[in-house]
Write a protein of this length. Structure first.
Length: 105
């Protein structure tokens, strides 16, 4: 399962209502959308409804919808799922002029 959480460091709160798209990379075909969601009041998307499968995935975060003045209006986070039985929680720490991302355990 793939989930995410975005925390707004500048405001000191969760980033609610950020649209996020989950894509998978298909060799020879490029990126294909497999799910989408919007962060809740805790800044979380608990799942995208994707079937568990190994592969390269990308979260596309529409930061401009949350913060129109953001220097990075969109964040693309690509990562690899090797064991689809694991839970992949991708955390994003956001500020107006930057961001950091990591896999939370």
């Amino acid at each position: 399962m793939i989930s995410t959480q975005i925390l707004d460091l500048g405001r000191g709160c969760a980033a609610a209502r950020v649209p996020i798209e989950l894509d998978v990379f298909l060799t020879g075909h490029g990126w294909r959308e497999v799910g989408r969601g919007v962060t809740n009041e805790e800044g979380r998307v608990l799942g995208f409804g994707e079937p568990p499968a190994a592969g390269v995935y990308r979260l596309m975060c529409d930061v401009a919808a949350y913060e129109p003045a953001a220097f990075f209006p969109s964040i693309a986070l690509a990562f690899e799922v090797r064991d689809p039985q694991e839970h992949f929680q991708i955390a994003v720490l956001l500020s107006r002029f930057g961001y950091s991302a990591y896999r939370a355990t």
